[in-house]
Design a protein around this ligand. Structure first.
Ligand SMILES: [Zn+2]
Length: 231
């Protein structure tokens, strides 16, 4: 009887060990089967398709805030190149841009185009605009979008400013057709592009948010320009 019990205990023990072993092996196999690294990588590469939306000439008393609202809903960060003159008139909107986590850049004080005759005045416009922005946000600005793309490399060292041009220009300022603007962006855009728009028009606000909706579905991630240029 005693021997029978011992044998029975041994058998039960062996069965338990076998169950533990099988469950253990199954668990071990389960992890690679779940494929966390593969899926992670797949999502990773998708979200690495970065692009930047940039908005020039603001802040605008109506459209900038409408745009900010739409960007917030979509959890999108953009870059705003503002003029010192408008920033002085609408400091609360500049503050909102900053507090929403967008990047703010300099677009000169009066939206001035650099020429051979106005170099010193142009420099002063940049300095003045940087001061206006710092008074509102408390932060230094190092990015500039020179109006019309006219720039002098010497200013980069002199003023410690980094120029940011663009790679996609849907000419939103001369079109009142939202789908034309959206298509002009979406048919050309590729990874690391910098899209130029102007938060000065109702059509631009609608088009920009539509661009976000379409490109997010295609796996694009919207980032501020500093992230594109230095990451
Ligand atoms: Zn401009």
């Amino acid at each position: 009887m005693n021997l029978k019990r011992r044998i029975l205990s041994c058998i039960i023990l062996l069965i338990l060990l076998a169950i533990i072993c099988i469950v253990g092996c199954f668990q071990q196999e389960k992890f690679p089967a779940i494929g966390i690294p593969t899926i992670g990588k797949a999502f990773g590469s998708e979200s690495n398709k970065k692009i930047a939306l940039t908005f020039d000439d603001g802040p605008h008393p109506y459209y900038t805030e409408q745009l900010l609202e739409g960007l917030k809903e979509r959890e999108v960060k953009a870059t705003f190149f503002i003029t010192g003159k408008s920033a002085e008139v609408y400091p609360d909107i500049v503050k909102k841009i900053y507090e929403d986590g967008h990047l703010i850049g300099n677009h000169t004080y009066n939206h001035t185009q650099l020429s051979s005759r106005n170099r010193e005045a142009y420099k002063q416009e940049i300095i003045k605009t940087n001061q206006v922005i710092k008074e509102i946000t408390g932060e230094d600005t190092i990015y500039i979008r020179p109006p019309y793309g006219s720039w002098s490399k010497e200013f980069e060292k002199e003023l410690n400013m980094f120029p940011v041009l663009w790679t996609v220009d849907p000419l939103d300022w001369c079109s009142s057709n939202v789908s034309c603007i959206v298509n002009a962006v979406c048919t050309k855009v590729k990874e690391n592009d910098i899209i130029l728009m102007h938060d000065q028009y109702k059509t631009t606000v609608t088009a920009a948010l539509e661009v976000v909706d379409r490109l997010q579905k295609e796996g694009y991630e919207f980032v501020t320009v500093d992230e594109l240029l230095f990451d």
